[in-house]
Design a protein around this ligand. Structure first.
Ligand code: GTP
Length: 318
C-alpha cells in the first residue's frame, strides 16, 4: 500500500505481528526516541493483559485500551468507535496541533492487519478522517520457523505489511536469519525488510542466498488460539508456583504460545513472560501496574483453561 499524500486526515500506523513478536518493546523504543511524535496509542491485547498501557503511557499523547476482543474480528466495533472518538477530538484541535497528530494502533498478536485496514476503509466516516500511513509487521526471528510452518495467521500478517521488522535477531545465528529473510521475502516480495534488537534498529549483515523454509499448505480453520486468565492467590508459595510454571512451559510450550503475568513483589510489580518455551528475564514495572498484579494469562490451544486452573491449584496447595 502506498500512503496517499498529506490531506488533513489523521495519520494511523498499524503495528502488527504475531504473539510475543516484540511489538510493545519496539514501540516503547520508538516512542522514547520520538519516532511517532506524541502519538495517541491504541492497544488491542489478545487477553486484556494488563501491562502494555502502563509501559507505553508515559511517552505518548494518550493510551486507549481496546479490550473487547481482537480488533480484526470480535472487537472490530470497539476499534471503529475508538477511532471515531479520536477523529472527533482531532477535529477540535488547533490547526497547528492537527498537523502533527497521529495514532499508532498496536494490534493483538492474533489480528490480521489486512482485516483492520478493511474495517477502516469500509466505514464511511473513518475513510474520510483516517489515513492509514503504514502497516508495520514485526516478525520474531527466533520463533519464525515454527510460527510460519504452523500458523496461517503468521503468514497473513507478513503478507499485509508495508514494512517488516525482524526482531530478536540478536538471538539467532546468521544462517537462521538468512532463511527467515528468504521466507519473509518469499511471502511478501514488496515490503521493506528491516531488523531490530530490543527496539533498536539493527543493520542486517550480508547474508548468504538460501532457500526459504518449506511452508506446508495450512488452512486457517484449525482450533482457535484462546486466552485464559488465572488469578494467582495472594498467599501462593512463589517457589512452588515457579516450579509449576517452568514445568508447564517446558512440557506444553508448543501449545502455550504466550504467557504473561504481573506479580506483587516487595520491589514492586514484576512482569514475567514467555514466548513459547523461551522464558524472558523478569522486569520490574512502574508502580501504576500494581492494581493488575497476581494475574497470569496463557494464550494457546490444545488445553482447557479449567485444566490449567486445576493443575495450579493441585500443585500449589498439595
Ligand atoms: N532477545 C530479544 N528479546 C526481545 C526482542 N524484542 C522483544 N524481546 C522480548 O520478547 C518478549 C515479548 O516482547 P513484547 O514486546 O512484549 O512482544 P509483543 O509482541 O508486544 O507481545 P504480545 O502483545 O503479547 O503479542 C519480551 O520478553 C521482550 O523482552 C529482541 O529484539 N531481542
Amino acid at each position: 500500500m502506498i500512503a496517499p499524500p498529506e490531506d488533513g486526515r489523521l495519520r494511523l500506523t498499524i503495528l502488527g505481528g504475531y504473539l510475543g513478536s516484540g511489538k510493545t518493546t519496539w514501540l516503547r523504543h520508538q516512542l522514547y526516541e520520538g519516532g511517532f511524535g506524541k502519538a495517541h496509542i491504541l492497544i488491542n491485547e489478545a487477553a486484556e493483559t494488563p501491562v502494555d498501557d502502563t509501559l507505553l503511557a508515559s511517552q505518548s499523547a494518550g493510551v486507549t485500551m481496546l479490550s473487547g476482543g481482537c480488533a480484526c474480528c470480535t472487537g472490530k466495533d470497539d476499534l471503529v468507535n475508538a477511532l471515531k472518538a479520536l477523529c472527533d477530538a482531532h477535529s477540535r484541535q488547533k490547526p497547528e496541533d492537527r498537523k502533527t497528530a497521529q495514532i499508532v494502533l498496536e494490534t493483538s498478536g492474533l489480528a490480521d492487519p489486512a482485516a483492520i485496514l478493511d474495517a477502516i476503509q469500509q466505514d464511511s466516516v473513518l475513510v474520510h478522517h483516517i489515513r492509514v500511513a503504514e502497516i508495520i509487521v514485526l516478525v520474531d526471528a527466533m520463533n519464525a520457523a515454527d510460527q510460519l510452518r504452523t500458523e496461517h495467521l503468521g503468514r497473513a500478517q507478513i503478507e499485509a505489511a508495508d514494512r517488516i521488522i525482524l526482531t530478536k535477531v540478536d538471538a539467532v545465528p546468521d544462517a537462521v536469519l538468512a532463511t527467515v529473510v528468504a521466507t519473509v521475502r518469499h511471502l511478501n516480495p514488496v515490503a521493506r525488510i528491516e531488523a531490530a534488537v530490543k527496539g533498536e534498529p539493527f543493520a542486517l549483515p550480508d547474508l548468504p542466498a538460501v532457500p526459504p523454509y518449506d511452508l506446508p499448505r495450512i488452512s486457517d480453520g484449525g482450533e482457535p488460539i484462546q486466552p485464559t486468565k488465572i488469578d494467582i492467590p495472594d498467599d501462593v508459595d512463589w517457589a512452588t508456583f515457579s516450579i509449576w510454571l517452568s514445568a508447564l512451559i517446558y512440557a506444553r510450550g508448543d501449545d502455550l504460545v504466550r504467557v504473561k503475568g504481573v506479580f506483587d513483589t516487595p520491589a514492586g510489580p514484576l512482569l514475567l513472560q514467555a514466548v513459547r518455551k523461551s522464558v524472558q528475564p523478569p522486569e520490574l514495572l512502574p508502580p501504576e501496574a500494581a492494581q493488575r498484579q497476581n494475574q497470569i494469562v496463557f494464550i494457546g490451544r490444545g488445553y482447557k483453561g479449567d485444566d490449567l486452573r486445576r493443575s495450579l491449584d493441585y500443585f500449589t496447595r498439595g
